[in-house]
Design a protein around this ligand. Sequence first.
Ligand code: MG
Length: 450
Amino acid sequence: MTPEDLKARIADDGVEFIYAMFVEMHGKPCAKLVPVTAIDDLLEVGAGFAGFAAGPLSQDPSDPDILAIPDPDSYTQLPWQPNVAAMQCDPTVEGESWPYAPRVILKRAAALAAGQNLVLKAGAEAEYSLLHRNEDGSLRPADERDTSELPCYDARGLTAVLDHLTTVSRHMDAMGWGNYANDHEDANGQFEQNFQYADALTTADRLIVLRLMMHTLARRDGLYATFMPKPFADKTGNGLHTHLSLWTADSDEPLFHDDDDPRGLGLSEMAYHFTGGILDHAQGLTGIVCPTVNSFKRIGVGPPDSGATWAPSYVAYGGNNRTQMIRIPEGGRLEVRVPDGSANPYLALAALLGSGLDGVARGLDPGDPNTDNLFALPLDEIRRRGITALPPTLLHAMDALVADDTLRATLGTGRDGDYVDYFAAVKRAEFRSVNDQVSPAEIDRYLTLM
Ligand SMILES: [Mg+2]
């Protein structure tokens, strides 16, 4: 879109203000509200930010401004406040793209793939919980009658929050995302609203707008929307199942489909190599796609009240089998089930792309698909077969991340060193900060134990 096209579109839409947006490491949506009368300056110079104040961007208070340059292709009128449009920006410092900005990192990874005539397309299932906060600070589902042990797909649960769900659906369509399904998920108060896949950058941009929309609508209703991986210990967590496929950049041909797949999953050899790469880098990758202390309460733990976590514990792939880390729901794409709602979508998609392409480059074979129910297979049997477990904590995942040279190269380097080292330093501090707290569960366990 040229600047003239953009201005015509803004005038057509009756938009008065632009959110000039970017995210830092955690995916916090940072923005300046810019009146459209200042659009020329915004497009040429960018919106200025003190990077240190925004969040982890490897900036300190003495650094010059981050100037966030909007990407016209990301222009999205926000249907819930139609006089405002969002534009996702690429942060720059002194005229150069800032290598610690997640959107810059994904664009770099996508450009490397484009150099091999490849485009990653991605779809994401952003599960979230819609909650009411009680006066004592505790949380309950938005619908106070949503207490069943098996609330998944319950039409009554959908009906109770129909206004919210249908509003989100209409907004998704107004933004051109193509909403195609909405459901009550496996935990009380948990929902998922699906939209069509797109190239990785577009999907990542949409996830940022989606989260902003959910927070905004929930707040208007006096509720909280949360994407945190595990808001309740006894309920299923919020995943960000990510569907991936490679396509040719020049002719938009799908590369992951093969009807003659001898393993019967409808995947091409390239898709198997890509799968092999994601499995090979699973330990370090988990640190990027499950990036919080809370993430590790969703994966690799026992079942919640509903009977199954629906989150993987082991590094394995299978066909249409939701107990696997990678599921092949149908020919032509992979579903990676590790990522959770706390993942930064730009970093997650960059890391998945880098891992998969490494598998393609090395011709990795993931072996035959696993057909077991991995939620039920005894631990002894899992060990006997040599199936490895995902990392048990954020600290373990950070150790694996900094040891992974492919992810190190994929996420890039900047003034202060490699992004993985910066990421790990921030996340190790986060682990310590959370772990230093004495929880009620510790008091219950230890107060009179000895
Ligand atoms: Mg789901």
